[in-house]
Ligand binder design. Structure first.
Ligand code: CDT
Length: 304
């Protein structure tokens, strides 16, 4: 068996005034719980270190306060140190400011020795780039980030993580089958994803939470099944300064079934032992892409 004992570390709300240090303490607490339950990998949400700041229109000087110029850095070093000491790999999202001044919505993955082995930059940025007075609240990801420039790579993880083939997406990416299929074509066995999804639609106030949770779960379950991969989708949830984010974190097996689901909108750990070999059957039968795909008919989805 090629096993990863996976921890999905859903995080409750982070207020605008909360410090990175306070958030990292919560992340370490979840990490300790995960270690106590045998986890070898813990996944945290998108933009795990801060509030979901793209809801605020800010001037650029202030914006940069929400970005990390290096990783690890003094605020996050205690998390990396504790993960290394416990032998638990971690994966979390943050806002990245590069030395060239470029801004990305980024997610990283470490090995069990605390070294960053994988980095993904969000490709599908939702929302808008200018203040929109017609929205109940702003979603300015297109203002504060540029689309990721790394594509959707996969990484072969070390033997102490089952030698799994892992890939990453961030939040809105989960709604795009193209993202899943690009990972699937590279043999992904574990799709890692964090999200911050408002509980209400900024342009359609009537839309219910039930529908929003369903669309998230539908996307992840379909992506996992159609690419014969494990998937973990981890929320930042709860009320951030009057702005509710939905929970609904899940771990999904390669048949598309939910095997663990969050019940709260708070810091909450889900755990499941994932056998990477459970992806074999789907990958060698109905989703054996080399045998069954008909790429001569797929030109439209590859065009501009
Ligand atoms: N963070 C993120 O990508 N959230 C989006 C909200 C879409 S509404 C503009 C999501 O797809 O969940």
């Amino acid at each position: 068996m090629r096993e990863i004992v996976l921890g999905a570390a859903q995080m409750g709300p982070i207020q605008r005034a909360d410090s990175r240090q306070a958030v990292v303490r919560r992340m370490i607490d979840l990490l300790e719980q995960a270690h106590g339950r045998g986890c070898t990998l813990v996944v945290y949400p998108e933009l795990a270190l801060t509030t979901f700041f793209p809801r605020w229109l800010m001037d650029w000087a202030e914006v940069d306060d929400w970005f990390e110029r290096e990783m690890p850095n003094p605020a996050t070093a205690p998390l990396f140190d504790r993960a290394r000491a416990l032998g638990v790999a971690i994966s979390f999202g943050y806002a990245e400011l590069t030395p060239e001044g470029r801004r990305f919505n980024t997610h990283i993955l470490t090995d069990r020795q605390g070294a960053i082995v994988a980095k993904y930059r969000k490709v599908h940025l939702p929302g808008h780039s200018e203040h929109d007075p017609d929205r109940a609240f702003q979603h300015l990801e297109k203002r504060y980030f540029e689309p990721g420039d790394l594509g959707f790579p996969v990484w072969r993880l070390p033997a102490d993580m089952g030698g799994a083939v892992a890939g990453m997406m961030i939040c809105n990416d989960r709604r795009w089958p193209e993202a899943w299929r690009v990972l699937g074509l590279q043999g992904v066995e574990l799709a890692i994803l964090g999200y911050n999804t408002p509980s209400v639609n900024s342009q359609q106030g009537e839309e219910g939470l039930e529908k929003r949770l369903y669309h998230s779960e539908l996307s992840v379950c379909a992506g996992a099944y159609q690419n014969a991969t494990w998937a973990v989708a981890v929320a930042k949830a709860g009320d951030e300064d009057g702005h509710p984010l939905m929970g609904g974190s899940i771990i999904v097996d390669p048949d598309g079934f939910v095997v663990a689901r969050a019940e709260t909108e708070a810091d909450e750990l889900l755990v499941h032992a994932c056998d990477m070999d459970a992806t074999r059957f789907g990958k060698t039968t109905i989703f054996d892409f080399a045998r069954h795909r008909r790429i001569e008919h797929y030109g439209r989805i590859c065009g501009q």
